[in-house]
Design a binder for this molecule. Structure first.
Ligand code: ATP
Length: 366
């Protein structure tokens, strides 16, 4: 069993001047055997620190890390049965690809040389780098170096893979290709994996489960679709999705949400969900905003098209509430629908698609 569990894990850094930085704040997480968990969040939110504690490269200030049920807080990194792949690849420049891939096995196992060679050959073939085994890292492309770094982790046959932004040094096309490849590889190997990224597209496309961190605190853990459709709070709602969810500060007056540019009438069921809260944020995803030529119902509002950004099969339409240029928002519409800059349209914000958050706590109410 290779379930990995973080139980109220905290990391406090003490700086020379006595200042304390809580980089990771009581994070509890569970990665089931064979699961692919993506840890995502903005720069500085504590992703790498979390990963480094799991790898044993950083001490744990408080809480417990368990692998297969046993606490590993004090276990030496080399004895953890965990392999980490770094953003920088961290290949030894003076060693060949074969030596880079063999090194860990020679150091930490009693595996005979011929078996090590066979393992390296097999892994290199799986990664399509078997013809590069005699080269040095500086004779490889970025993508090839990435494969070698992965290969070095795979040959160790660990219980857990930790991947820290492993694709960030690759160009967009190769990154997309490696995303699919990595996913397939992880599935075939069935190794529990934590993958760190600040790229929410990577998180959405690769993860079985996403864990979203902000300021050292866990915001939500769920499948990509759960986090997308049912964000737990304003932070998650704004972080997941591109373009971001539209937000409007509103005040509830009875069964209406009042914004300075519009009023939004609510059904009795929605009002019930708001638990009497009044200072709220109304959220709607760009693809849920419909752009029409005429009013359809009470959730339709006149809007002015500022800019149309063609994306191919879709257009992002940047709008303001007409006529005097109110709060900007964005609609993602079908690429075939014709809309022009400067045009006055009707934006429809359907009630079934709206999210409502408590403005003070950020918590999702609906
Ligand atoms: P990025 O995406 O930019 O790599 P991250 O989410 O991985 O960021 P961490 O590197 O884990 O974030 O850093 C979390 C916080 O802890 C940051 O505020 C960072 O400045 C701080 N921090 C990290 N390492 C140390 C350290 N050795 N000493 C003091 N503070 C640190």
């Amino acid at each position: 069993m290779a379930d990995l569990e973080l139980d109220d894990v905290t990391k406090v850094f003490r700086e020379d001047d006595g200042n304390e930085i809580t980089a990771v704040d009581e994070v509890s997480l569970r990665i089931d055997d064979g699961e692919f968990l993506v840890l995502v969040g903005p720069s500085g939110c504590g992703k790498s620190t979390t990963l480094r504690m799991v790898a044993g490269l950083e001490t744990v200030s408080d809480g417990a890390i368990r692998l297969g049920g046993s606490v590993i807080n004090e276990t030496q990194p080399k004895d953890r049965d965990i392999a980490m792949v770094f953003q920088s690849y961290a290949l030894y420049p003076h060693m060949t690809v074969r030596e880079n891939m063999s090194f860990g096995l020679e150091e930490s196992t009693a595996m005979p040389d011929d078996e090590i060679a066979a393992t390296v050959d097999e892994t290199a073939a799986m990664l399509g780098i078997d013809d590069l085994l005699d080269r040095k890292p500086d004779e490889l492309s970025g993508g090839q170096q990435q494969r070698v770094a992965l290969g070095r982790a795979i040959v160790r046959d660990p219980e857990v893979f930790l991947l820290d932004e492993p694709l960030s040094n690759l160009d967009a096309k190769l990154r997309a290709q490696m995303r699919t490849e990595l996913q397939r590889l992880q599935e075939d190997l069935g190794v529990s994996t934590i993958y760190v990224t600040h790229d929410q597209t990577e998180a959405m496309t690769m993860a079985d489960k996403i864990a979203i961190l902000n300021d050292g605190e866990l915001q939500q853990v769920g499948t990509p679709l759960e986090c997308y459709h049912e964000p737990a709070n304003l932070f998650v709602a704004g972080f997941i999705g591109e373009p971001s969810m539209n937000f409007f500060d509103v005040t509830r007056e009875g069964d209406r949400l009042v914004h300075e540019d519009f009023e939004y009438a609510l059904s009795a069921e929605t009002v019930d969900e708001l638990d009497g809260n009044e200072e709220l944020v109304l959220g709607i995803r760009p693809e849920d905003v419909a752009v029409r030529s005429s009013h359809e119902d009470r959730h339709s509002y006149e809007a002015l098209v500022d800019v149309v950004e063609p994306m191919g099969n879709e257009n992002n339409v940047y709008l303001t509430f007409a006529p005097d240029g109110g709060e900007p928002f964005v609609a993602t519409i079908d690429g075939l629908q014709h809309v022009e800059d400067g045009q006055t349209v009707v934006a429809r914000l359907p009630e079934e698609a709206i999210h409502v958050f408590d403005r003070t706590t950020g918590r999702a109410l609906r």
